[in-house]
Each structure stands twice: as C-alpha cells, then as structure tokens.
Design a protein around this ligand. Sequence first.
Ligand SMILES: Nc1ncnc2c1ncn2[C@@H]1O[C@H](COP(=O)(O)OP(=O)(O)O)[C@@H](O)[C@H]1O
Ligand SMILES: [Mg+2]
Length: 261
Amino acid sequence: MGEIIPLKKIPERSAAILFSYPKLDPEEVLKRVEEARELGVEAIELRGRHLIKGLPVLGKGHTGVVLAVKTKNGAAALKIRRVDADRSSFRREAEMLRIANEASVGPRLIGASDNLILMELVEGQYLTEWLSNPGFDPGVVKRILRRLLDMARRLDLIGLDHGELSRAHRHILIAGEKPVILDFESSSIHRRASNITSLIQYLFINEGNRHLLEGWLKLPDRHLLLKRLKDYKSTLSEEDYKALLTFCDIVQGAQEWEIKA
Ligand SMILES: Nc1ncnc2c1ncn2[C@@H]1O[C@H](COP(=O)(O)OP(=O)(O)O)[C@@H](O)[C@H]1O
Ligand SMILES: [Mg+2]
C-alpha cells in the first residue's frame, strides 16, 4: 500500500505536481483539486510502477497522469490532464470511454470534468509482460486473446475506432483473466473503425509480439494474414472474423467458436 494523501492537503504537498504536470501552477492545482472533490475523490494514494519526481503513480502518458485514488465508493483511477497536453479538455475522451463502456470495453467511467477522468481502477499487467509469464497453459493465453479480440470486434461493430491499438504497448492491461483496453484519447466515431486490423497487426505482425506468442500458438503466415485482414476490413462480417481467429490459432473451429468468453 502506498502513502495516502487527503485531497485538501495536496496543494501544500510535493504531490501537487501530479495535478499540474510538468509545470507546477498553484492556481491550476487548486482548480483541479476542487474538480476532483466534486467527482467524489477523497484522497490520492501514491502507488504504481511509474515514477514522477520520485512519486509512484499508476501511469504517465502524453496527455495524462494516472493516480490511484479513494472515493466515497471505494478505490478508483484518476486521470489528470497534463498542463502541456495538446487537448484542452477531457470531455471528448470521456465521451468515447462512455461509448466503449456500452460495448463492455474499457475501464468503467465514473465521472469526468475538463481536466479529470475518474474511472474504474484496473490492477493488472501490461499484455506483453503478462505474455512473458512462463507458467501458463496455452488454453488460458488463447482465451484471454479471444476476449481481447472480441472487445476490438465489439468496438468495430459500434463504429468506435480506438486509434492506438496498433501500438498498444501501454494500452492493454490483463487483470486476472480479464483484458482491459485503456486510453480512448485518440478514439473517434467519425472514421472507419479498424480495431481488429490494428490489434491483429500489433499481436501477429509486430516482431516482438510474434516472438512472445510463438510459445503459445501456431503463428500465422504474415502475408496470408494481411490478406485475410483486408477481407475482414472490407466486410466486417462475422464469417471473416471467425476465419481470422481460426487462422491465428485462437479458436480451433466452429465447435469452439460457440464457447463464448
Ligand atoms: N483505469 C486505469 N487503471 C489503472 N491504470 C491505468 C488506468 N488508466 C490508465 N492507467 C495507466 O496509466 C497509463 C497512462 O494512461 P493513458 O490513458 O494511456 O494516458 P495518456 O492519454 O496520457 O496516454 C496507462 O498506460 C496505464 O498504465
Ligand atoms: Mg496513452
């Protein structure tokens, strides 16, 4: 467990930088602390595998700093907009996450403001770390990959393009046996959704990931895979999706297809 700092103490503590990163602006901190209070945040907890100025946090990206927090309803994750982010508000990202949630994708959205997104806290490992775990049964790996691909498939069907699944390194966490797709900052409902295409490229074309997967399943030929991806992309049909999963050795055939996650 990490150090817990009540929200009202933040402005006077070194953790204030987390609310106005990378440049500390005391007024901005006060404003954001107030936004957090309105969303129901009571305290932050300094923990996580990433460090900002020596303080442990859950994550750091180009637009946000993500902290573990306590709310009146329990633990949650708080994404705080960086003051140097190229977005002026988180409202749009929160709306994308809300739409993803309708397809049971992404951490559950709890609330949002201009500078904050409060969401379900995901305790897990990045997919690549998880895949490096030597002790699994191949069936477990295939089941998790199937669940992950089904999520991308559901996003394709509702027309929400995640936008960063071809470089999903820090955007997929595995919590227990549940994959969670993070960060809808680059998402859009106005372009053609290519989540399956991006994710399969990330998993099965990317050299490093191919290497991680080869112990668990029979890798598909890259050239043929690209052709099947093209077919899927033009139809988005269930049939082409099934063909892709079978080709990637994630399901064995029609019978197994019906066993849903
Ligand atoms: N709900 C969450 N639960 C746990 N960790 C999270 C959560 N959301 C984000 N993170 C962590 O924070 C990192 C950065 O979040 P992300 O949304 O990608 O920010 P950015 O838009 O700045 O890239 C992620 O890679 C992940 O490690
Ligand atoms: Mg990110």
